[in-house]
Ligand binder design. Structure first.
Ligand SMILES: C[S@@+](CC[C@H](N)C(=O)[O-])C[C@H]1O[C@@H](n2cnc3c(N)ncnc32)[C@H](O)[C@@H]1O
Length: 297
């Protein structure tokens, strides 16, 4: 028992050090995507993009209980991160237009060689798309539209009622004004539009993320705010997202747990969470989820 207390105190102190380091890193270098591989590892980046899209489609199919047809659909990705390989892959699958919006222009300098590598890989998957034509799409803003703006304004970037499908991977947990983003999503998406978003609820700093995934939930809001920077995990829990989506006209919300703590692991750390996160409604066992919702306006 004494040991459990010691270990938890250690994690609490270690987590605060990681929060401080993350803030200092942001102040020195700006926002960096926390991927464990760098952009020059083309093979891993390409494999990552392909697996992300395949994962979204798998859950979209589960959600709609059918093989969802994404051909001729207009897609919006929130927070694409370091490259637009996902856009190319989606276009190769026949989507009409791929839009993406971010506050950090991380994908602005992606080397063309990466896209060539990805296209070769897609070619090996024997996709029907004309690879040359896909390459041209990188500069065709009518089909691949990458918007980077500090205000993250969806309504200034995309037409009302224009989006059929919204995808996002490990980005919603970074949004600083999630309510405003969801409110705007309701406007730019069509009635019946579907959102499929993976939300990474875990602590983001490496090492501690694996050892103590719920570390960021040990602190009071006032303490956590000391380390605030744009992009720090917002600590919203699944029910927060659900409530906001419902408030702005979304329905049939389904949450698929992707990564979870065991009951035993959860029970051991629960007494050391900050009190706001005690209640079962926080579903602290969930470390990452896929949230699907339909715009019912
Ligand atoms: C962890 S990265 C994930 C990127 C990409 N989807 C992936 O899976 O590699 C988080 C993304 O959210 C974006 N982001 C960070 N803070 C944000 C904010 N306050 N508002 C909107 N987007 C933000 C980042 O620029 C980045 O694209």
């Amino acid at each position: 028992m004494k040991n459990i207390g010691l270990i938890n105190n250690f994690y609490k102190i270690a987590g605060a050090v990681f929060l401080l380091l993350a803030k200092v890193k942001y102040m020195l270098q700006g926002y960096k995507t926390p991927r464990i591989f760098t952009m020059d590892d083309y093979e891993r980046c390409a494999a990552y993009d392909i697996s992300v899209v395949d994962g979204w489609i798998k859950y979209l199919n589960k959600y709609t209980s059918q093989s969802s047809d994404i051909r001729d659909k207009e897609v919006l990705e929130l927070g694409p991160g370091a490259d637009l390989g996902i856009g190319l892959y989606l276009l190769s699958k026949g989507v009409k237009k791929y839009n993406a919006i971010d506050v950090n222009g991380l994908a602005a300098d992606t080397p063309i060689q990466f896209y060539e590598h990805l296209l070769k890989k897609l070619g090996q998957k024997q996709l029907s798309a004309d690879l040359k034509c896909l390459k041209q799409l990188l500069s065709d803003f009518n089909r691949l539209n990458y918007v980077c703006r500090q205000d993250f304004s969806l309504t200034s970037s995309f037409l009302e009622n224009s989006i059929d499908i919204i995808f996002s991977q490990a980005a919603l947990e970074h949004f600083d004004d999630i309510e405003n983003t969801i409110k705007q999503l309701s406007i730019v998406s069509k009635p019946g539009a579907i959102l499929t978003a993976l939300i990474d609820l875990k602590t983001h700093s490496r090492w501690i993320r694996d050892k103590d995934p719920n570390n960021i939930y040990r602190y009071s809001p006032a303490f956590y705010r000391l380390f605030r920077f744009r992009g720090i995990p917002n600590r919203l829990r699944p029910y927060h997202y659900e409530d906001i989506f419902i408030k702005y006209g979304w329905g049939n919300i389904q949450i698929f747990p992707i990564d979870t703590l065991s009951e035993d692991e959860y029970k051991k750390m629960r007494p050391f969470l900050f009190r706001d996160f005690y209640d079962d409604k926080n579903q602290m066992q969930y470390l990452s989820i896929i949230l699907c919702a339909t715009n019912q306006k």
